[in-house]
Structures are given as structure tokens and as C-alpha cells.
Design a protein around this ligand. Structure first.
Ligand SMILES: Nc1ncnc2c1ncn2[C@@H]1O[C@H](COP(=O)(O)OP(=O)(O)O)[C@@H](O)[C@H]1O
Ligand SMILES: [Mg+2]
Length: 359
């Protein structure tokens, strides 16, 4: 799939921007704080209906304006698809596919993206929540029903948290919540582990290639793999850690607390790997994510590279640019074009952004 046109109205600092993407590669150049990331973020937004930078959608409305609009023309299966998204200050949103009102679920299915930003380079050192978010987002691009499972799980978890805040806790109700959490939680963990197994395999090859010899492996908190085993495991944990949950007055067991451990040559990469090793690992993971989405959905996702090239050394930069498939549309932001070889710049569309406008 490919985005052919993008229009932004009052999106962040972009009052009115129209971009076309005639080539497979697009370079968005500009000084700091001009709107480069905002443009990539808006494309990402079409695929996730969320921003990677804020959970408050009204933050995306240009200051003092009543609403923002993102419109796009996408080519998929040799067919043009028009997308229109509007969000008002009153928190009303309107989603349209080919001018017809659509549900968020259908809307999100159209565009697939893999975003690789400087923040991802911190994936290993960041909080467990960052790693869970990365994982959840990658899975929901492949299994759209995954999002629903997550929200179902979250709903029950919030009810349970409210229950645990009471002076006297209704234990019979707690048992019911725990039973439901073990079942929905097991579904989530099952899909996470399945995805992690696949990405581990592909990323390990890439990591070995870039690093020349290192072995990459990963571990997920829950040691079980099959749905029923996971559910039994969660039930057991919920019993064993009941006191702890009472003490903390919140749900402490389940996928919302899990984490992924990345290892290089058997050692915890968060603690022992150098910055360069960690970057190689993240690069391998991101490229693997791209491959898996392509394989599972049959569509090449749009690769959005936000400022990352400048953060990678020559060897990793080269590996990244050379390993991008010719069929993958890539949109790259950078402060200048100096980083890129003449060869690379040959069939690239270059836009210059200044103060939220295209020069
Ligand atoms: N809702 C908004 N309305 C207007 N300007 C905004 C809004 N949100 C962010 N900005 C502005 O956008 C600019 C940052 O744009 P960004 O795309 O992150 O820059 P960069 O080119 O460095 O990637 C900042 O100047 C910020 O003040
Ligand atoms: Mg930026």
C-alpha cells in the first residue's frame, strides 16, 4: 500500500498543508520544531487513531482553532481509497472512507505504518509500559481484533481496581473479576507470545548480521505459551498474590504488568549492552516488524523514519537504508540532506518544512 496524497488542516502547527508522494521515498527536511514530526505523526495517526506523543487528541488541534482535519488518498490493491478524519474541540470526530462515514475499526484497517523514531531507540531502557505499547501496537496492525481484547481486559481491570479501593472488599465479586481477567488476559498474552516468537526469529538473524556475531533472544514475563496454560498460570498468580493486591489496592497480576526482557549473548541487554548494541537490536526489531506486517497482511506498511538516521552510525544507517524493500514506501525526516548519499537522493521527493508550511 502507498499514500499518494496527504492534506492537513490545523493539525498541530500545520495550518494548511498538501503533500504528494510520487516516489517511493520522501524526505522531509527542516530545522528543529518546524513540523517534520507533526507530518509523520499525522500519517501514523491514520493507522492507529492515536498519537505516539500524546493520549489527548485535542492536543493535535492547532492552538486556538476549532478543529483539525487529516485527509489522504491511499493506493491499496490497485484501488484508490480516500480517507477523511476530522476532530473538533468538542471532542466530536468524524471518519470517512470514500466520503462515507466509517467506524474507527474499519478506518484503521486501511493504512498500515511502522514508525521508527528516536524514542524507539530508548525501547530497551524505557519503562515496561513503553515495551508493552510497542508490542500491542505491532500486534494490532496484524490482528485488528486485538485492540478489542485489550479494551475488554482494561475495562474489567479498572472495575477491579475500583473494587479494591473499597473499605470492605466484596471477595465474591473479586473472584468473578479475576476469573474474567484470567480468561481475557490469557488471550492477550497468547497473541503477544506468538508475535514475540516470530519477531525473535527474524530479528535474531538481522541482529547477527549487523553485529556480525551476537545472539539475540528475548523473554516474556509469563512462561506459558498455550491459552489454557496461561489462563491457569494467571489464576494461580491471582491467588498467590491476592494479599499483595489487597495491600496495594490495585491489580498487580496480568498482561498490564508484564514486560519483555531482551538479551544479547544471554545477558540482559538493558543492563549490559552498549548504546550501539541496543540500537542494533531496536533497528533489527523495527525491520522485523515491517516484514511480519507485510507477511501477515499481504501489504507493505509505510515506513516512517523520524530523525533516526542521524542517531545511527554509518554501518547501521547503511544497513537500514539498504534493507528497505523497493516496494516499501518510506518517509524520512531529517535536519538536512547531508547524511544521504547521492545515489539515495536520486529518486526521492524532497520537501522543506518551515513553520508548519511547505516551502
Ligand atoms: N496543537 C498545536 N498547535 C500549534 N502548534 C503546535 C501544536 N502542537 C505542537 N505544535 C508546535 O509544533 C512544533 C513542533 O513540531 P515538530 O513536528 O515536533 O518539529 P520537528 O520539525 O522538530 O519534528 C513546535 O513548535 C510546537 O510548538
Ligand atoms: Mg521531530
Amino acid at each position: 500500500m502507498k499514500i499518494k496524497r496527504l492534506g492537513l488542516k490545523n493539525y498541530r502547527n500545520c495550518a494548511d498543508i498538501k503533500l504528494e508522494f510520487p516516489t517511493k521515498k520522501t524526505l522531509i527536511i527542516g530545522k528543529n520544531a518546524q513540523g517534520k514530526t507533526n507530518i509523520l505523526e499525522s500519517i501514523y495517526f491514520l493507522s492507529d487513531l492515536k498519537s505516539p506523543r500524546t493520549s489527548v487528541i485535542s492536543d493535535l488541534i492547532k492552538f486556538k482553532e476549532p478543529q483539525f482535519e487529516i485527509s489522504a488518498e491511499v493506493l491499496k490493491n490497485d484501488t484508490d481509497i480516500e480517507l477523511d478524519y476530522t476532530y473538533t474541540a468538542e471532542k466530536k470526530r468524524e471518519l470517512k472512507i470514500n466520503k462515507v462515514k466509517s467506524t474507527p475499526k474499519d478506518f484503521k484497517l486501511v493504512v498500515k505504518t511502522v514508525l521508527f523514531s528516536t524514542k524507539d531507540l530508548m525501547l530497551l531502557r524505557g519503562a515496561p509500559e513503553d515495551r508493552r505499547n510497542w508490542l500491542d501496537r505491532a500486534i494490532s496492525q496484524i490482528y485488528p481484533a486485538y485492540d478489542e481484547r485489550l479494551s475488554k481486559y482494561d475495562k474489567i481491570r479498572i472495575q477491579k481496581n475500583n473494587l479494591l479501593k473499597n473499605e470492605i472488599i466484596d471477595e465474591a465479586l473479586l473472584d468473578i473479576y479475576n476469573e474474567q481477567l484470567a480468561i481475557t488476559g490469557a488471550n492477550i498474552i497468547y497473541l503477544r507470545k506468538k508475535f514475540l516468537k516470530e519477531i525473535e526469529k527474524i530479528a535474531a538473524q538481522k541482529h547477527k548480521l549487523i553485529s556480525e556475531l551476537e545472539e539475540f533472544t528475548l523473554n516474556y514475563t509469563c512462561p506459558k505459551d498455550e491459552v489454557e496454560e496461561i489462563s491457569d498460570y494467571l489464576k494461580q498468580e491471582l491467588i498467590e498474590r491476592r494479599k499483595e493486591e489487597f495491600g496495594r489496592r490495585q491489580a498487580c497480576v496480568g498482561p498490564h504488568r508484564d514486560d519483555i526482557e531482551f538479551m544479547i549473548n544471554g545477558l540482559d541487554a538493558t543492563k549490559f549492552a552498549s548504546q550501539g548494541q541496543q540500537r542494533t537490536l531496536v533497528l533489527s526489531l523495527k525491520l522485523s516488524e515491517l516484514e511480519i506486517i507485510k507477511e501477515k497482511t499481504g501489504f507493505y506498511p509505510i515506513l516512517l523514519l523520524d530523525d533516526v538516521l542521524a542517531e545511527l552510525d554509518d554501518r547501521r544507517q547503511n544497513y537500514l537504508l539498504k534493507s528497505i524493500d523497493d516496494n516499501t514506501q518510506t518517509i524520512i525526516t531529517s535536519v538536512d540532506t547531508l547524511l544521504f548519499e547521492q545515489e539515495f537522493l536520486k529518486d526521492v521527493t524532497i520537501y522543506k518544512v518551515d513553520g508548519g508550511k511547505i516551502e
